[in-house]
Structure formats: structure tokens, C-alpha cells
Design a protein around this ligand. Structure first.
Ligand code: ACM
Length: 637
């Protein structure tokens, strides 16, 4: 009996060993140069980390220590120098021009590991790469046995393509705590993002304490908790408690900024004005052009805009600050003074997007302003506001940045533009010699659905992983010096919790990371996706959430010449099989495999599909009503 037990134990450990035996290198984002040698470095039980200069390396060492000691169980000693060190972190005494401020060289031999960089950030990124060379179990938060803790022998030289590698986190539509923001930072730095854009104010909440303006957070940070499809909620009634939300105190902000800095992340604050300002208006109605503003409440996800005529929207409540009111500029001066002190980053983002003009159009004070200043259109009124705000921001020693609407009616003299309505605005601004960050909806809006709406939480648009991977921040014919980089935006209207934020972020966040870090010539979807799958395995070990939507089929419904419904199923990635049923039962790999367009049986009500990779189900069981496909086919006509 004992022998059998021993034999099966051996079998299990051999299994574990062979499973980690395949040592393909699967780094995201893809480094500049990877030269794999032969053999492996074996992580010893006692690891000595030598870091010649400690300054700025605390988190780099902490990450290494944490990951190597928790899952692999190694005992870690850190010294200043050691000839016998297992892992050496070296800051170059003479800068190596090839790797710049954030690049690194990583050398793994069968004896030891060396990471060299010009600056601490490079060592931090080198460590992120190194950890991706170890087996996926390195991601475990508990000790893992029977693993060969090997990393392949390799020489890596790496340097980012862009200096601005951003992620925007909308903490207004749903509030995310300080601890959750830190978790967001932890997740982003693994993929070498270096900028966190915090969208701090909007119609649904003002999230930052401003001293001397207490109502912004006493009143403006709170609304009524609603669940369902944000944007369609019933308006709050007087008796519903306004207890949902929250804000960051100035101490919280300092802590977040410090936490980010230690991980080489800059924090870009966004105060979104003059539109998207309902929370501020409800707190201080005198900032509005509209007298009824004193009856308004912070939005809880009910309808406040009519988008049926396109942009700008028609506001049903006036969510704007009044450009004709001097108190608005005094307010913004106060806000910007404190924001500038709290955030060391060189830019302040002032929003400027989607500002409705219909209340301004009928306002006497605005008419007076137009006459006085010679302004001919509502766009010029907004431009007047932006130019005054630019002066305020600059008077605090900061650079001014806004969404691409700030181009309308004339761009403020030194404004930087974040191009979101495609890349058009970014190109226009760069041609006018303004700095630009590209974050177009078409490639970089991570709030969009990543699969079919029958499965995904509903949003008005879709963006699948393969499209995200096509993100190119530097358009042809544009002077590269004005394109600072790019970023992906995670708006949180439909994101109620952190697990779902992770689901929306990954794997599309991998694709954007690669677009921003890796050489353009190395972009290869098939190769990228093979690495994504390895990172899915890592996420499984780490118990982090990601979207498996990339495995789900793409449904196309049209009509045949004789008027029958025709269903085509497409795949985002090759080497998958789709199995289906029309009889309401749950298909598996013993069911019919999809090979060509389907015409459903006359009385069928459901198409059920599931995707397999070999014998393993990878997609979700999708139940698609035939009636839904018929509606889609009608729309396509
Ligand atoms: C935006 O998505 N309104 C910038």
C-alpha cells in the first residue's frame, strides 16, 4: 500500500515537473531583444540579492523578496555587495545610452542573474521581466511544492518605445478605495505601465478633498446606490439615502502618489470641467449659469443627457460650470492650487469633453460674455474658458492638458491634447506643435464590451482584444516628438467592483502595454496571443480575474437570398473549435463542430455554442436566442 502511495506521489510530482518543463519565454510586453541560451538558472533555497545602491530600489527588492519567498519558499538575504550574489541589481555608473531612463539589461546564466540599468526604474522593469521567466507558480500567494524554480538562460536588452504608458481609472462613476487604487497600481506596473490617470470629478462624484470647499466632498461625493444598467436608472427619490460613494482625503492622495512613485508611476489628476461637473454644481450651485441648479442632486446613473443628436449632447440638467461667472475662476484657482501641491506630476488634466451648450445658449450672462469678448460660437465660449483655465493651471507651475474637445474654438497656447475621439484631434494638435497623448476609443477604451453583448455586461460599443492589439499611437506623417505616448481608459459606469475592473482591464491591458512598450516591428498577433495564454495561466495561479471573451465566437447574422436566417461564427484566434446545438441542450466536443454558415431549423429558438481548444473548453457556454439573431439580421439589411 505504502509502495503504491509512494509511486503515485512520485507520479504526481513528475507530472508537476513536466508541466513546468516547457520553458518558452513569454514576456509581455515583448522586450526589444531576447537571446535565449541553453540551460537554466535554478533558484536556490538561499537567495542573496546584491543591490549596490539602495536608493530608489526599495520596491524593486520588496517585489523580488515577496515573490521568491512566498511561492518558492526561498530565504532571501539582501546585501550591498556580494561576490557570490544570486541576483545582482546594478545601477550603471556611466549611463548606457541604448537603454535610456527606463530600459534594462537582464542576464540569466546557469549560475546567477544580473540586471543592469541606468536608473532605478530600469531595475524595477528588469525585475518584472525576470519574474515572468520563472514558472507561473511564482504568482501563487501560498507556498508551492514540487516545482523546479527555473528560469531559462537568456540575455535581454529592453527599452520602452514611449515614455507615456498610461491607464486611466475612473473613480467617479463608481468609487474605488485607496486600497483598490493601490491594487490597480500593483497590477499595472507588472506590465510596465508608468502613468495612472485618475479621473477624479464627474457628474456622479467629486472624489478629492479640497480645503476651504468642504461641500465638494460632504455633498458632491455621495449619491444613491443603484444596481442594474447605469445610465438607465430611475431618478433617486427624496427618501433614498445618498450614502454611496466616497472620496480621498488629501492624506489619502499623498499616500497614493507616494505608493505610485515608489513603483515608478506618475499620477495625472483630472478635474473634468466645464462639463461633467454636476457634483461640483450640486455642492456649490452658484457655479452654474442656471438658477434651478440649487434643486439638482449628484447623479446616480439616471438619464441626464440626450445623445440622440450626437455630440455635444443636449443636457437635461445643466451639468456645466458657467464660463461667464468670475466665481467659477476663483473656485478653479482654489482647486488647482491644491491639486498642484498634491500631485507632483508636471500635468494637470482639466477634462473639457462632452460639454453641453444648450443651457449656455439661452443664458444672458453668456450672451454678455460673448459680446464683451467677441466670441462667435459656443465652441469659442468654451475655448475662452479653457484659455483662462490654462493660465490658472500654469500659474501653479503645471502644464495644461485636456480631452480633444479643447481644440474646438481655438486651442489654448501651450495645451497638451489627449485624443480620444479617434486619433484625428491628436494629429491636428501635433501638427500645431502641441504635445499629444493618444487614447482613441477605437483601440483603447477598456470600458467597451470585449465580446458579444449577449454575454458581456452591456455597453454601447465593442472593442475586442485583437482590435486593441492594433493600437498604433504614432500615426504616419506626424512628428514623433509631439506624441508622448498613449493610454487606455477604464471608465467605470458599468464597473461596480474591483473584480470586474480586472475583467475589463485584462487581457486588453496586455495589448496596450505592448503597443506602448515594444518595438513596432515586433508586433505579431499570433505570437502575442500565445503569450497571453501563458499569462492567463499566471492570472489563474494569482487568482486574478481576466476576460476569456477572446475565446468566444463572433456572431454574424444575415439573410439568405430566400429570406432565411444565416448565422456565421467567426474566431478571434485560430486553433479553436466551436461546437453548437439548436436543441437547447448544452454542446460539448461531441456535438456538431461549426465549419460553415448555419441556417437554423425552422422552429429552433436557441443557438447554443461553446469553444474548445483540443479537448478543453475555453470559451463560455453561450445561449443565443434565434429571435435576437433575426433582429440583428434585420438591422444589417
Ligand atoms: C471621454 O471619453 N468622454 C473622454
Amino acid at each position: 500500500m505504502k509502495k503504491i502511495l509512494l509511486a503515485s506521489l512520485l507520479a504526481i510530482s513528475t507530472l508537476a515537473y513536466t508541466q513546468t518543463e516547457k520553458k518558452e519565454i513569454a514576456i509581455i510586453p515583448q522586450p526589444l531583444s531576447v537571446k535565449q541560451g541553453t540551460g537554466y538558472f535554478n533558484l536556490p533555497q538561499n537567495v542573496v540579492i546584491a543591490a549596490a545602491v539602495q536608493k530608489g530600489l526599495a520596491q524593486t527588492i520588496a517585489v523580488l523578496k515577496d515573490r521568491l519567498s512566498v511561492s518558492a519558499g526561498s530565504k532571501i538575504t539582501v546585501t550591498n555587495t556580494s561576490p557570490n550574489a544570486t541576483i545582482r541589481l546594478v545601477l550603471n555608473s556611466a549611463a548606457d545610452k541604448a537603454i535610456g531612463k527606463e530600459g534594462y539589461q537582464l542576464s540569466v546564466t546557469n549560475k546567477n542573474i544580473t540586471i543592469k540599468a541606468n536608473q532605478p526604474a530600469g531595475l524595477f522593469y528588469g525585475v518584472q521581466t525576470l519574474l515572468q521567466l520563472f514558472p507561473k507558480e511564482i504568482e501563487s500567494t501560498i507556498p508551492v511544492k514540487n516545482i523546479k524554480w527555473e528560469a531559462p538562460v537568456v540575455e535581454i536588452t529592453d527599452v520602452p518605445r514611449f515614455g507615456w504608458r498610461g491607464l486611466m481609472f475612473d473613480v467617479t462613476r463608481h468609487f474605488f478605495t485607496k486600497a483598490e487604487v493601490k491594487q490597480f497600481i500593483d497590477d499595472m506596473v507588472r506590465y510596465k505601465y508608468n502613468l495612472l490617470h485618475l479621473h477624479l470629478t464627474d457628474d456622479e462624484g467629486w472624489r478629492i478633498e479640497i480645503k476651504g470647499l468642504p461641500k465638494l466632498t460632504e455633498v458632491g461625493a455621495w449619491n444613491v446606490k443603484k444596481t442594474g444598467y447605469f445610465g438607465t436608472f430611475t431618478p433617486p427619490t427624496a427618501d433614498e439615502p445618498k450614502s454611496y460613494g466616497g472620496f480621498y482625503t488629501q492624506d489619502d492622495i499623498k499616500e497614493i502618489v507616494q505608493y505610485a512613485k515608489e513603483r515608478f508611476v506618475d499620477v495625472l489628476p483630472e478635474i473634468d470641467v466645464p462639463g461633467h461637473s454636476l457634483a461640483a454644481v450640486v455642492s456649490y450651485p452658484e457655479l452654474s449659469c442656471t438658477p434651478e441648479a440649487n434643486q439638482y442632486r449628484v447623479r446616480s446613473g439616471e438619464v441626464i443627457m440626450d445623445w440622440s443628436h450626437g455630440a455635444p449632447p443636449i443636457a437635461l440638467v445643466d451639468n456645466t460650470l458657467c464660463p461667464a461667472n468670475e466665481k467659477v475662476y476663483e473656485f478653479l484657482d482654489k482647486v488647482m492650487t491644491q491639486v498642484a501641491q498634491l500631485f507632483p506630476f508636471e500635468y494637470i488634466h482639466v477634462g473639457g469633453d462632452e460639454c453641453p451648450k444648450n443651457y449656455w445658449e439661452k443664458n444672458e450672462a453668456i450672451k454678455g460674455l460673448m459680446k464683451r469678448e467677441g466670441l462667435k460660437s459656443m465652441e469659442e465660449v468654451q475655448s475662452y474658458f479653457e484659455k483662462r483655465l490654462e493660465k490658472i493651471v500654469e500659474s501653479k507651475g503645471k502644464k495644461f492638458m485636456g480631452w480633444d474637445e479643447i481644440l474646438e474654438g481655438g486651442l489654448a497656447p501651450s495645451a497638451a491634447v489627449m485624443s480620444w475621439r479617434g486619433i484625428k484631434g491628436g494629429i491636428e494638435a501635433a501638427k500645431m506643435k502641441h504635445d499629444v497623448v493618444m487614447s482613441p476609443t477605437t483601440f483603447a477604451y477598456l470600458d467597451y464590451m470585449q465580446g458579444d453583448p449577449i454575454v458581456e455586461p452591456r455597453i454601447y460599443a465593442s472593442l475586442r482584444l485583437n482590435k486593441t492589439y492594433e493600437f498604433e499611437p504614432l500615426p504616419d506623417g506626424v512628428d514623433a516628438q509631439y506624441i508622448k505616448g498613449g493610454q487606455a481608459n477604464l471608465w467605470s459606469e458599468q464597473i461596480y467592483n474591483m473584480r470586474h475592473a480586472q475583467y475589463m482591464m485584462w487581457p486588453r491591458g496586455f495589448a496596450i502595454a505592448e503597443a506602448l512598450w515594444s518595438p513596432k516591428e515586433k508586433r505579431n498577433w499570433t505570437d502575442f496571443f500565445s503569450r497571453v495564454e501563458k499569462h492567463f495561466e499566471r492570472y489563474d495561479v494569482a487568482e486574478k480575474k481576466y476576460a476569456p471573451s477572446v475565446y468566444d465566437p463572433i456572431f454574424t447574422a444575415t439573410k439568405t437570398a430566400d429570406g432565411q436566417l444565416k448565422i456565421e461564427l467567426d474566431k478571434e484566434v485560430d486553433a479553436l473549435d466551436i461546437y453548437y446545438s439548436f436543441d437547447n441542450s448544452f454542446p460539448d466536443n461531441y456535438y456538431p463542430k461549426y465549419t460553415s454558415a448555419l441556417v437554423p431549423p425552422k422552429d429552433a429558438v436557441m443557438l447554443k455554442v461553446i469553444t474548445y481548444k483540443g479537448k478543453k473548453p475555453v470559451g463560455r457556454m453561450i445561449t443565443m436566442p434565434i429571435a435576437e439573431l433575426k433582429i440583428r439580421a434585420e438591422k444589417k439589411k
